[in-house]
Design a protein around this ligand. Sequence first.
Ligand code: FES
Length: 116
Amino acid sequence: MSVTTTDEFAPVCRLEQLEVERGATALVHGQAVAVFRTYDDTVYALGNYDPFAKASVLARGIVGTRGEIPFVASPMHKQAFDLRTGQCLDDENVSVPSYVVRVVDGVVQVGPRQQV
Ligand code: FES
């Protein structure tokens, strides 16, 4: 069993500061995290580092959906990553870290890395 304590969540910004379908970067627990808000006001957080491009660019990617799957496509080589899990949709062997996100009183908080 894993226990999540509240102090593992780091406030990032207010929800309304995030542009819909755009990424923003934040430093959380020493990691560069890309935070995304989708059109339905769900917020996701992935590692910002694109393992294909070997560059920290995912926050500048293009947000969309493939079927039911919300994703961000890297601005470099266009690989898509599932916003919920960090799984690459184009290469099952590749994934990026994903983080638990919550919104408390309008403030986006990024928590621990998700176990997928
Ligand atoms: S250690 Fe600095 S925000 Fe978590």
